[in-house]
Design a protein around this ligand. Sequence first.
Ligand code: NAP
Ligand code: MG
Length: 498
Amino acid sequence: MSVNVSMAMIPAAVSEFMRGPHRLLIDGKWVPAASHRTFPTHNPADGSLLSDIAAAEAVDVDLAVTAARRAFDDGPWSRMAPAARAKLIWKLADALEAQAEEFAFIETLDNGKPLNDAKVVDLPHSIEVLRYFAGWCTKLNGESISISNPGTWHAYTTREPVGVVGSITPWNAPLMMAVSKIAPALAAGCTVVLKPAEQTPLTALKLGQLILDVGFPDGVVNILTGFGETAGAAMTAHPGIDKVTFTGSTEVGRLIVRAAAADFKRVTLELGGKTPVIVFPDADIDRAIEGAARSIFSNAGQICNAGSRLYAHRDVFERLVDGVSRRASEIRVGAGLAASTQMGPVVSQEQLERISGFIASGQNQGAEIRAGGGRIGSEGYFIQPTVLTGTRPDMDVVQQEIFGPVLCAMSYDEADLDRIAREANATNYGLGAVLWTQNLSTAHKMARKLKAGTVRVNGGGLDPALPFGGFKQSGWGRELGREGIEGYTELKSVAMAL
Ligand code: NAP
Ligand code: MG
């Protein structure tokens, strides 16, 4: 980390927002938690206090669900003409675009990510997700069905909004996560209670302000900041919530499924990942090095789909490991607001310790550190981009989601696709996979063999039109794309004897 870096000037509107007060959005109004309790949110770059935030508990959840219920059951939202819903969601996208700069600053302060990443990834993607789903409002149709029962029939299906949605989001891409849940829910005609992660509540609250500004009816979106064990658990247990959508850890996903089982709430889960990056000897190795490094070091590795396991053919393995290790040592790690920063701190002391613990356990089990491996400085939560070699499939670092900038590099001997796929598939996760090859046949064959919700060949990136989600313990259901909005609907079959 360099000292004397030039820091971006925080806009006055951001400073004013940071001062608060930061309350709960319930039924179109900002209110304190019923208990008047608050909790602090910190800047991961130096651990300093940013703001105090209202801490919602079960009573507040009840009020928010009642408001969302009313807005859904008798209110204007579910009955609003689809084109009118589309206009409001689009208006929210425009408002977000107009304040993108402020949002980027707030995201960087709260989460730690480089300001430029917030500007070129988080904000544009959030805006596009809103616009993409605004377009779906007018395209959610059923179909007519030919049935063979005796008699003459007219049969068709319709898609109806599932109802009140409780969304629980993580801290790695706070605004993007909030928008990815809210946009399809609103487009489908649902109302929402959102609980952002306790580490990064600020952009969700700022989004709440825009939601009021652009004129969403009261109660359509309610935002409850607070803790998972209190507010989150009260949401998943609440009988007034019809569906829970969650992104976060596999352990909490399991708790949510258990809670939701009581009344069979609909559940969509985006959980962890252990994405393999598989490099074939015919690949464009320079691009593969660049891509592999970006895949694991972007957002300090705090991405569920981060390419955390590198599998390279032994003929190109050394070149790849060298290249990625060189990239790792060149990455400028620093405060997100510093102009030169390419990788920010991780989100919290807890995550810093968790990642350091994984690196130590890898070493204890025989892994070798080829790049990084340590903490940087003693202030803030900075960790070096790290490359481990000598890792074996049975090690914890290879099996578990580290959620930090730590790559496990492994080689394979022969180009036996079944064997490579077997090894790539040998974790409990199945979120993503990345292939680097110039051979079309290899790419297509591997894409079929991989047990992953998303397979990328020779590149990366998110697109709102591309469904995203996991096989195996990486989740249930899909977000984004047509499947993403259909997940917020119930399908009804109507059959009429004529
Ligand atoms: P987490 O506990 O799963 O948190 C995600 C969200 O769930 C937060 O809003 C959290 O609230 C809430 N939550 C926690 N316990 C809950 C409960 N019993 N009922 C309902 N909601 C609950 O994730 P984390 O602790 O922040 O991170 C731990 C690990 O999870 C990471 O190291 C990483 O491996 C994984 N993770 C994965 C993703 C992903 O995108 N797939 C994202 C984040 C983390 P709080 O604010 O109180 O925590
Ligand atoms: Mg914070």
